[in-house]
Design a protein around this ligand. Structure first.
Ligand code: ZN
Ligand code: ZN
Length: 430
């Protein structure tokens, strides 16, 4: 929970635990902008030693007297001509971590230039998160307190609106993080159903439809059902629709992989590769978090999310390498490797979305393959697309948020590797 308020001038500010002054790196001696002259005397020692250079993310803590705050924090923003939204985000992320470690939860934040505000708030808010659900009571008490109040100095109503919007978006991120961090034992396909139903109760603009296992069978989603065979839980197929622009036919469909735990199936993952697999529903978490933020912001768009969900477990009924199954699209797939289960459940969801949901565009999010990590590392997600316009829009959004994507080729020839002797295709390339 975070509260924002604002004042136009420094001398109108109220008390807080710390006053934050962001400063760009200067060639010579650091000097304060004119507006800050009234606190220069409190900072004379730190400014005269030149210990603080204003480098990106650099922090100097000063215990000031005769100010409404006990502390003044100087925050380095790096060189001004190299400034990007991401460099601002990084600087403020380091400030956020510092404040949390020092239990500083109420900040007076001076904003020297309005164009840094978005990056500043994103940097602060994205680190202002803890996953505590699985901590015991004893260790919960010892956790640092998160920041809960930011008083923006040098700002007005417009900036306050931006702050509220940024908070709503970041809350969508927290929502997705909680789902991805949650224990696989708790975050089951049925739990994801509950979350989606919860959103439709919270927002009248969202309508959620759940397919039962019987309905999934009736729709002949043979690939989702194949992956689900080894599970003790039913699969889920979740459709949640947000109508923010009922007059328009334009509709974006997001499809998110909802494998709530991926053991790899009979092609079992080795130790070191399985431990994080509760997050194999990251695509589904992203869809739900996005839907929540979009509904909260009342964006004038139509957005539908589709989540095929099951765990990929081992049991006497598990699907087996060499098996052949028919998917929703009618194509048959030979299972070359049971650990390539994501594409199977997504194939059914994509074919379903195309047939029933009248999408203008479909965007599919998934934790799909370790090979992607080898290709690009953790710096960027692979982007596979058959639409140039969408690619451009996606790259623009990815640059603005620094959630980077990188286009990967989709060559015709790759199809040859997926040929199967007995089925229409295999689920892993040769
Ligand atoms: Zn897998
Ligand atoms: Zn997987």
């Amino acid at each position: 929970f975070m509260k924002f308020s604002c004042v136009p001038h420094l001398d109108k500010r109220k008390g807080a635990e710390a006053l934050v002054l962001p400063l760009f790196q200067k060639k010579g001696k650091l000097s304060l902008p004119k507006e800050l002259k009234s606190i220069e005397s409190s900072l004379s020692s730190v400014l005269s030693t030149e210990d603080f250079k204003g480098k990106e993310g650099e922090i100097a803590l000063v215990y000031a007297q005769k100010q409404p705050e006990k502390r003044i924090i100087l925050l380095g923003l790096g060189e001004e001509d190299k400034k990007t939204t991401e460099s601002i985000r990084r600087s403020f992320a380091s400030l956020g971590k510092f404040c949390i470690s020092k239990k500083i939860s109420k900040l007076n934040l001076y904003i020297p230039e309005k164009d840094i505000l978005r990056g500043a708030l994103e940097g602060l808010l994205l680190v202002n998160y803890q996953f505590t659900i699985l901590k015991g009571e004893g260790s919960k008490e010892k956790l640092p307190k998160l920041m809960d109040e930011i008083h923006l100095i040098g700002c007005g109503k417009h900036e306050l609106d931006l702050a509220e919007k940024t908070l709503t978006i970041c809350e969508g991120v927290y929502f997705a993080r909680d789902l991805a961090n949650g224990n696989a034992q708790d975050v089951t396909p049925q739990f994801l159903e509950k979350v989606a139903v919860g959103l439709s109760k919270q927002f009248h603009t969202i309508k959620t439809t759940l397919l039962t296992k019987k309905e999934i069978e009736k729709e002949q989603m043979g690939l989702l059902l194949a992956v689900n065979q080894g599970s003790s839980l039913d699969p889920a197929f979740i459709i949640a629709e947000y109508k923010g622009n009922p007059k328009s036919k334009d509709k974006t469909v997001l499809v998110g992989k909802g494998i709530t735990y991926d053991t790899g199936g009979l092609n079992l993952k080795p130790t070191g590769f399985m431990e994080t697999m509760r997050a194999d529903m990251g695509g589904a978490a992203l869809c739900l978090g996005t839907l929540k933020a979009v509904a909260e912001l009342e964006l004038p768009v139509n957005l539908t999310i589709v989540i095929p969900s099951t765990d990929n477990s081992i049991g006497s009924k598990s699907f087996k390498p060499g098996d052949i199954y028919k998917g929703f699209s009618g194509k048959t797939v030979e299972i070359a490797n049971t650990d390539a289960e994501g594409r199977l459940v997504l194939a059914d969801a994509l074919a379903y979305a195309e047939k029933y949901l009248a999408p203008t565009r479909i965007i599919d999010f998934a934790t799909l393959t370790g090979a992607q990590d080898i290709a690009l590392g953790p710096e960027a997600a692979g982007l596979f697309t058959n639409n140039e316009e969408l690619t451009k829009a996606f790259q623009k959004a990815s640059a603005a948020t620094f959630e980077r994507v990188w286009p990967m080729p989709v060559f015709e020839e790759y199809k040859d590797g997926l040929k199967s002797d007995h089925a229409d295709l295999k689920n892993v390339g040769a």
